[in-house]
Design a binder for this molecule. Structure first.
Ligand SMILES: [Fe+2]
Ligand SMILES: [Fe+2]
Length: 283
C-alpha cells in the first residue's frame, strides 16, 4: 500500500502570486501530474491542510478543478487557512468531511478510513480563528476510543498541526493545545505507525510518544530553514515535494517506510533514471 501525502498548497487564484511570489496554482497542477505519473501509482493521497490561502469559496472551486485529474482517491483534513463549509461544498461527495465531533458548540472533522491495509485516522486540529491548533477533550476521547477498537490494525494518524515544536522559531510560539493528553493516548496504542502533519512547510521527523511524527513539505512554498529562536516569519522558493509512505513487508518485516519525492521541472533530464552500471530498462 502506497500513500502519497501533500500539504500546504495555499492556493491563490490562477492570476495571483501568493505573497507576490509563489504561483501556487501551477505548483498544484505539477504536484497532481507528479503523483499521477509515479510508478507504482499511490493507492491514495492524503492532503494535510492549508489547501487554500484564504478560505473563499472561489478558491475551493479552483482547488477542485486543479485536483480533479488526480487519479488516486483523496482524503483531506483542514488546516488553519481552510474554510470548512466551503471545503465541504466543493468536495460534497467526500462524505467523511461530514463526520464531526462536537466540542463546546464547534464541530470538528474527524474520521476513520477502514478500507486499506493501513487504517487511517484523520483529525481536525484547527482552533477556530487561530493560526495554531490542537485537540480538545471531545476529539481526544474519540481518538482513544477508536484506537482501542482495533489494536492490531497498523494505523496512520494524519492532521494539520504538528504536536511538537519544529525548531523554526516563529512557528513554535504557538503551542499545540492538548499536546500532553494526545501524547499519552498515542503512547497507549503502539499500532500507530506514524503521525503525519503539515503546517510547517518543511520535511521534519521526530520520535513522539513511542511512534514517529513527521511534517510534510509544502506544495505552495517552503518555510525558510532558519533554526534560530528569533527566526522571523519568511518563506523560500525551494522545490516543493510530496511524501510517499509505503506499507511493506520487505525482508518479512511489516513496516511503514517514508520517502520524499521532490517535484521540480529541471530542464533536460527531469525524471529520467540514470544507471550506475549498464542500462536501465524502461518501467
Ligand atoms: Fe500552511
Ligand atoms: Fe497551517
Amino acid at each position: 500500500m502506497l500513500i502519497a501525502q501533500i500539504s500546504d498548497v495555499h492556493l491563490k487564484p490562477e492570476d495571483v502570486l501568493a505573497y507576490g511570489v509563489a504561483d501556487t496554482a501551477t505548483a498544484l497542477a505539477r504536484a497532481v501530474k507528479h503523483i499521477n505519473t509515479l510508478n507504482p501509482r499511490p493507492d491514495l493521497v492524503l492532503a494535510t491542510g492549508d489547501l487554500v490561502d484564504e478560505g473563499a469559496s472561489e478558491s475551493y472551486v479552483l482547488l477542485r478543478r486543479l485536483l480533479s485529474p488526480l487519479k488516486p482517491p483523496l482524503f483531506i483534513v483542514p488546516g488553519n487557512h481552510d474554510h470548512k463549509a466551503s471545503l465541504r461544498n466543493a468536495f460534497h461527495e467526500h462524505h467523511y468531511l461530514y463526520d464531526t465531533i462536537e466540542e463546546e458548540g464547534e464541530r470538528f472533522i474527524c474520521f476513520t478510513v477502514e478500507t486499506y491495509a493501513v487504517r487511517l485516522i484523520g483529525l481536525d486540529t484547527v482552533t477556530p480563528g487561530e493560526h495554531g491548533g490542537g485537540l480538545g477533550r471531545g476529539r481526544l476521547v474519540w481518538l482513544d476510543r477508536n484506537l482501542t477498537e482495533r489494536p492490531d490494525a497498523p494505523t496512520v494518524v494524519f492532521m494539520h498541526h504538528p504536536p511538537f515544536a519544529s525548531g523554526i522559531g516563529h512557528m513554535d510560539k504557538e503551542l499545540f493545545t492538548g499536546q500532553r493528553e494526545f501524547a499519552r493516548i498515542i503512547k497507549k496504542h503502539p499500532q500507530v505507525e506514524r503521525i503525519l502533519c503539515g503546517h510547517v512547510h518543511r520535511s521534519v521527523f521526530r520520535r513522539f510518544a513511542g511512534t514517529i511524527a513527521s511534517i510534510c513539505p509544502g506544495i505552495g512554498m517552503q518555510l525558510d530553514l532558519d533554526l534560530r529562536v528569533e527566526a522571523p516569519s519568511a518563506f523560500i522558493m525551494e522545490p516543493p515535494a510530496i511524501m510517499l509512505h509505503l506499507w511493506t513487508d520487505l525482508w518479512n518485516e511489516p513496516t511503514l517506510l517514508t520517502h520524499i519525492s521532490v517535484i521540480e521541472e529541471h530542464p533536460g533530464q527531469y525524471g529520467v533514471p540514470h544507471p550506475f552500471f549498464g542500462v536501465i530498462s524502461p518501467k
